[in-house]
Design a protein around this ligand. Structure first.
Ligand code: SF4
Length: 258
């Protein structure tokens, strides 16, 4: 695992720029992700935990819809622990993999009732001890549920961090460790929110909008792939213009005159 000194030198600038775009008031609760909205609306770590489980491999709109539906019927861990499994499935059907997620939510709810009186624990270790709660879920609950600085890493955060060159890591788990080592702690709370928004808006999975991105001068991906590709495309176009048209080819003669 290695890091790029170049991108690291620009962390304050990256964070300032992204904050200006996606959190202009500087408050995570103004964020646009499903978890930021759940956190703002409810200030309830349990709802953030359930929202995080629901959000896996699902679009934000579906997460919000399923979260609203399930909590309209079952207000807390105690109610969900005793709920009819078929009803829980029905209520979270807007999200993918609802058949797996429904029993997972109920299992977690029962353990919270048995061990914590229905409350969500606020340490990373305790959260990780819950069934099927991984590092990303634990960190999301800490950030959005308790305001504890951590860096949850989903596919957007993983992609943006690696493209910029802040880290060089093959998996989100490795990116999480590398990012927390590279990024000063004072920025941790906002990284997930900002990188997700940036990853959907500009640094998209396919065809990133590099032409609209102010991070080009120090972005590893742009310097390594995009700029090189643009250079090659220019060379190919120049070569095509310089090549004399084949005899009798009207179409080529026309195009060489452009
Ligand atoms: S320059 Fe392109 S690849 Fe780099 S961060 Fe910006 S959009 Fe992403």
């Amino acid at each position: 695992m290695s890091t790029s000194a170049s991108a690291r030198d620009h962390i304050p600038e990256i964070m300032r720029d992204l904050r200006r775009r996606y959190l202009p008031k500087g408050d995570l609760r103004d964020g646009n992700t499903a978890l930021a909205k759940i956190s703002t609306a409810t200030e309830d770590p349990f709802r953030v935990l359930v929202g995080t489980i629901l959000s896996q491999r699902t679009r934000d709109e579906m997460t919000e819809k399923a979260t609203d539906q399930i909590f309209a019927a079952y207000a807390d861990a105690r109610a969900l622990a005793d709920a009819d499994p078929a009803d829980v499935e029905r209520l979270i059907r807007p999200v993918g993999f609802y058949r797996q997620k429904a029993p997972q939510i109920q299992r977690v709810s029962r353990i919270l009732v048995e061990r914590y009186g229905g409350r969500v624990p606020s340490t990373y270790e305790e959260l990780m001890a819950l069934p099927q709660v991984g590092s990303k879920t634990a960190n999301c609950v800490l950030v959005y549920g308790f305001g504890v600085p951590r860096i949850p890493v989903d596919t957007h955060v993983h992609r943006v961090s690696n493209r910029l060159g802040l880290v060089t890591a093959k998996t989100p788990e490795k990116t999480e460790a590398a990012l927390m080592a590279a990024v000063p702690r004072r920025y941790w709370l906002a990284v997930n929110e900002l990188f997700i928004e940036f990853g959907k808006d500009v640094c998209r999975p396919i065809r990133p909008r590099c032409e609209a991105c102010s991070f080009r001068p120090f972005c590893w991906y742009f310097r390594t792939y995009v700029r090189r590709q643009a250079w090659w495309e220019r060379r190919v176009r120049q070569a095509a213009r310089a090549t004399p048209p084949a005899r009798g080819s009207k179409g080529q003669a026309g195009s060489s005159a452009r």
